[in-house]
Design a protein around this ligand. Structure first.
Ligand code: EZ4
Ligand code: CO
Length: 402
């Protein structure tokens, strides 16, 4: 199964996506997602300028060897640009291998471990009332798990809050939007949100929350403790995770489960958090953590320590990544939950796919391979548009984590 052509397609059906498409001599094609939100063209260049020349003529069946070749062979290891580029190749090779076998990819990964993949949706609003009303709409759609993000009284805007039901795109401007942040104001706002949500939604639905890397370990410990009465499913990204040892402090203060890892690139970013059992869910994704090959290795390490998976699934991960994540989720023994921000109809049209939603869960479908493709003619009608993620400053002007 010799690779004869490799194209990198950058398209913006409402938001930017970078996709790698491989062709083989026998006429099969495979796709991989290479989208790195706000830094898209760097991965496109890494692929076009430095990886595509290495792929032409290779045997597409050699998934592991190709992974090792691109990782060890670059000399410069790790990092989001390198690992997203390797991930795109890895996804496309698995897609090809499964198509060659005539099987949906999850069958090659050991087969289904469960009937379907529980997902969580994003409920948000400017006020507690709006957010809880949104959460109710998700519950009525059948969701069994819902993330709650609300505006913070006294702050003009914050992470995770949009006005449009079901859709939120933080990379919203040609130059970064500036947000103002106060951890004190934020910390006062979260427990009342969870209290109101439990009153309206009851206790049969999982409730989640994303701190988005903004607190100190002590602040995160206090928030975790404040939320314990409402039994959150998880608190996500409490502090910036470069300092993995900092999570020891959070653990000493709260029993609220912790989820980390959407910006991790390799197993090395996860190692200490998993081995010391400092987290409950690992959020590394197929696209930013080196593809299906590497994510399975991370999941296997996590399984040794009772850590479950909770893959990132924001809309900046294309439907190609979502399909890959679902095959992974269905087949990995220590699956926990999958994030699911629905893509817009515009995006779905460019990426026709076999996965489907029912009863609060997704299933990857039974199409051979990943079960997703890119309509290149339609993609060409949506040219790339520069879009940055926002930045965050404290009220005195200091830069803070966004
Ligand atoms: O802000 O994917 O849990 N989900 C998230 C996302 C991230 C975006 C950044 O590109 O934190 O919304
Ligand atoms: Co997050």
């Amino acid at each position: 199964m010799t690779i004869t052509a490799a194209r990198v397609i950058t398209t913006c059906p409402g938001r930017n996506f970078v996709t790698l498409k491989l062709e083989t001599r026998g006429g099969l094609t495979g796709v991989g997602d290479a989208t790195l939100n706000g830094r898209e063209l760097s991965v496109a260049s890494y692929l076009v300028d430095h990886i595509v020349p290495l792929l032409i003529g290779r045997d597409a069946h050699r998934v592991e060897d190709t992974w090792q070749y691109l990782y060890k062979g670059a000399y410069w290891r790790r990092g989001p640009v390198t690992m997203s580029a390797i991930a795109a190749v890895d996804m496309a090779l698995w897609d090809l291998k499964a198509k060659a076998a005539g099987l949906p990819l999850y069958q090659l990964l050991g087969g289904a471990c469960r009937e379907n993949v529980m997902v969580y949706g994003h409920a948000n609003g400017v006020t507690v009332e709006e957010t809880v009303a949104e959460a109710k709409r998700y519950a009525d759609l059948g969701y069994r798990a819902i993330r709650l993000q609300s505006g913070v009284p006294g702050l003009a805007s914050t992470y995770g809050v949009s006005k449009t039901f079901g859709y939120y795109e933080p990379a919203d401007a040609a130059l970064p939007t500036e947000n103002l942040w106060s951890s004190e104001k934020y910390l006062r706002s979260v427990a009342p949100l969870f209290e109101a949500a439990r009153e309206t939604l009851g206790w049969d639905v999982h409730l989640l929350h994303d701190i988005h890397h903004r607190l100190t370990p002590m602040e995160a410990g206090r928030l975790g403790k404040d939320l314990e009465p409402y039994r959150p499913f998880w608190l996500e990204d409490p502090t910036p995770a470069e300092n993995q040892a900092a999570f020891r402090q959070i653990r000493q203060h709260t029993t609220t489960p912790i989820a980390v890892g959407e910006i991790f690139n390799t197993i090395w970013d996860c190692k200490q958090l998993i081995e010391e059992q400092l987290i409950d869910y690992i959020r590394a994704t197929v696209v930013h953590a080196g593809g299906i090959t590497h994510l399975r290795r991370i999941a296997a390490l996590a399984d040794l320590y009772g850590v479950r998976t909770g893959c990132h699934g924001a809309t900046d991960l294309s439907p190609v990544s979502m399909a890959a994540a679902l095959h992974f989720d269905l087949s990995v023994p220590n699956f926990g939950i999958q994030e699911y921000m629905r893509h817009t109809a515009e995006t779905d049209a460019v990426f026709p796919h076999a996965y489907s939603f029912a009863d609060g869960a997704l299933h990857p479908g039974e199409a051979p391979g990943l079960g997703v493709d890119i309509d290149e003619a339609l993609a060409a009608e949506h040219p790339y548009r520069p879009a940055y993620l926002p930045v965050n400053r404290l009220e005195d002007g200091s830069m803070h984590s966004w």
